[in-house]
Write a protein that binds this ligand. Structure first.
Ligand code: OAD
Length: 256
């Protein structure tokens, strides 16, 4: 694929690059997105029954079992060419910030460091009462599609219920992650937004922050999103197809 020379020039000139990823970057690894037609999780499951504190309090076994199913899916998944292209950027760009809405940690498993997790991590549950982290075992469970009812563990410190380590609807983002992400968006010269519908706030607002601060903004997505009108360049297609070529052509790095 040939890219617009102005896009390549803009990326090459960037001293600071921030990247925001969403579920779409892991789609080619077999991890379902949330809103894609037919296959998206929120097309098949009701978020009000699974992704709110009220849902967890009402039916903790259902919610814990569903997140365990997602955690097992993520543990079995392999990073794809787009994760690898992102990881290859460290060392090529003077200042790199990787912000993700994903809870699967496939970026870390590809070698990316200092990933800013806006929506938490499946592998980091914690006590709903005292917030103490809970240590999971390495056991890989064989769970049916959608999971099954599994009682969540109890906290060893206070006896409270342990909850999945993700941000639910109605909850605020982890303060430190949000502050770091907002600073990265404000301070970058180029902002790459990959595989997100860009409709969930406040994560999506980072694209506006970067644009308003004068950054070059570039989107990679096969479909239209909430920031189509905001970004300087929209590259239409799958991240695993587009990103390796974009990195190779921008920084003359062979990723084959
Ligand atoms: P969505 O499911 O809303 O959007 C996924 C995006 O990925 C869509 O725009 C797709 O077009 C795009 N996509 C699909 N396949 C792709 C591919 N191969 N390459 C590139 N893009 C592709 O997921 P998010 O935007 O990540 O929150 O959703 C944001 C948040 O909403 C999630 O973090 C989650 C959800 O509720 C929490 O769990 C807190």
């Amino acid at each position: 694929m040939q890219f617009n020379p102005a896009l390549l020039e803009g990326l090459r000139a960037a001293r600071g690059l921030a990247i925001l990823t969403g579920a779409g970057i892991s789609a080619e690894s077999g991890i379902p997105t949330f809103r894609d037609k037919l296959v998206g999780l929120w097309e098949r499951y009701d978020p009000s029954e699974l992704a709110t504190l009220e849902a967890f309090e009402r039916d903790p076994d259902l919610v814990w079992g569903w997140y365990e199913w997602r955690r097992m899916k993520a543990l079995r998944a392999q990073p794809n060419a787009a994760h690898r292209a992102v990881a290859a950027l460290s060392g090529l760009v003077p200042r790199l910030a990787l912000l993700t809405q994903n809870v699967d940690t496939l970026h870390e498993r590809t070698g990316s460091r200092d990933v800013i997790h806006l929506h938490g991590e499946l592998g980091r549950p914690y006590c709903q009462m005292c917030r103490a982290p809970y240590r999971l075992t390495d056991e890989i469970l064989d769970l049916p599609e959608g999971g099954k009812r599994i009682p969540p563990p109890w906290c060893a410190s206070c006896g409270g219920r342990v909850r999945p380590g993700v941000v639910w609807f109605g909850e605020t983002l982890p303060k430190h992650a949000w502050q770091a992400a907002a600073a990265a968006a404000r301070d970058c010269d180029a902002f790459l937004v990959i595989g997100t519908s860009a409709i969930v706030q406040p994560a999506a607002s980072l694209v506006h922050v970067a644009r308003d601060a004068g950054a070059l903004t570039v989107q990679i997505n096969p479909n239209s999103t909430g920031v189509d009108e905001v970004v300087s360049f929209s590259l239409q297609g799958a991240a695993g197809q587009i990103l390796p070529g974009l990195v190779a052509q921008t920084w003359s790095r062979d990723l084959a």
